[in-house]
Design a protein around this ligand. Structure first.
Ligand SMILES: O=C(O)CCC(=O)C(=O)O
Length: 372
């Protein structure tokens, strides 16, 4: 397995995410990136968008969307769709979704912009259901309907276009999607950790009971309740940014992640676009120099469920038991000076690791995907 991780880096991915100074031709995009399932960051792909100048003025957004109701995701800590202590058994974990409320846009934007350090909640405007073309329809003419060279290469128009407006406290945990993703940052910066699908076993995908936050405006408190009927969600177990106090513990629970090849890491700045290939695991943080909002629009194109997908499912079904010790993994990763990547898995259904070193993953069922 370790050879596989290294070989894809040596043969195709290299050590860092490639940067293109201008949009590729459809042929180059297809040949060098999509068919190779390889990410890249593209400059000057959205320079013509009116959004780049207009959206940095909050009053512009509030004026255009004055009558719009949008989905606000509220969490106590900025981590929606992420692991949290189980409400009944706090020594174990559950998969926690945000409290979602439809709110008039101007008010919703204030929830994101108010000094987040002083609030008991973190608000993130995002709804991964084509929200840009529905909830945010009045902003449509500020961006492109689709990315022409990508549509030409992929032979279709986007299945969904989503808008993301958040502050520096919102964070998206490791996951993967079954889409080719063109992710354009309009203001602020997004910090991605990426891992290719070949690294699936490094994500420690396990089943977690699904739960949902509920927020009371009256008390300002969140409660976390298990979904009814109960269901479980296969989700990545790794937090790539453990606190100094838990770092050693996390490294020993997830040695394949922490001691394996460095993930790909990249920052996508305002005006840039990331091509995030289908099935790559990704973890996202965000920041804005002025403490303002971070705004992005992403285009999800259908992926091909082709031989790569079939290989991925086969790989994931393997009961990988590393006989390498973490020291061996460490020395391999020191040998290569790769940057890093983080990725996300589709048919990821693994029972809890049972080996003492946390390296055993046993397939337990063939579920659809760990994507939501
Ligand atoms: O921007 C984010 O917070 C997450 C983006 C993401 O996960 C996606 O585009 O698939």
């Amino acid at each position: 397995m370790e050879s596989l991780w290294e070989e894809v880096r040596e043969l195709s991915l290299g050590n860092s995410v490639e940067r293109l100074e201008s949009p590729p031709t459809p042929l180059r995009f297809l040949r060098d990136f999509v068919s190779q399932n390889k990410p890249c960051i593209i400059s000057n792909a959205i320079s013509h968008w009116a959004a780049l100048s207009l959206w940095s003025t909050p009053s512009y957004l509030s004026d255009v969307l004055t009558g719009s109701l949008v989905s606000v995701h509220l969490t106590p800590n900025g981590c929606a769709d992420a692991l949290a202590p189980h409400p009944l058994h706090p020594s174990s974990l559950c998969f926690a979704s945000a409290h979602v409320q439809l709110t008039p846009f101007p008010q919703a934007l204030n929830l994101v912009r108010q000094n987040p350090e002083n609030q008991r909640y973190v608000a993130y405007l995002q709804q991964q259901n084509d929200c840009f073309r529905t909830e945010y329809g009045p902003l449509k003419s500020d961006c492109d309907d689709h990315i022409p060279w990508a549509s030409e290469a992929l032979g279709c128009r986007p299945e969904a276009v989503n808008l993301w407006i958040g502050n520096h406290l919102s964070e998206t945990s490791f996951h993967k999607d079954h889409y080719e993703n063109l992710y354009a940052v309009v203001s602020g910066e997004k910090h991605f950790i990426l891992l290719p699908p070949t690294d699936v076993h490094r994500m420690y995908i396990r089943q977690y009971p699904a739960a949902c936050y509920s927020y009371s405006e009256g008390t300002g408190e969140f409660t976390l309740e298990l979904e009814k009927p109960e269901r479980s969600v296969p989700w990545c177990s790794v937090d790539p940014y453990p606190s100094p106090a838990t770092k050693d513990q996390e490294s020993s629970k997830f040695p394949l992640y922490f001691n394996g090849p460095k993930p790909f890491q990249c920052t996508v700045k305002a005006g840039e676009m990331l091509y995030l290939p289908s099935m790559w695991f990704h973890h996202v943080r965000q920041s804005a120099a002025d403490g303002g909002c971070i705004i992005a629009v992403n285009y999800w194109y259908d992926m091909q469920f082709d031989i790569k997908y079939a290989y991925f499912n086969f790989l994931q079904s393997l009961n990988y038991q590393s006989i390498c010790n973490p020291t061996a993994l460490q020395s391999r990763s020191e040998d290569s000076d790769s940057t890093s990547s983080a990725k996300h898995l589709s048919n990821g259904t693994y029972a809890n690791a049972t080996a003492t070193n946390g390296m055993v993953m046993e397939p337990i069922q063939d579920s659809e995907s760990e994507d939501e």
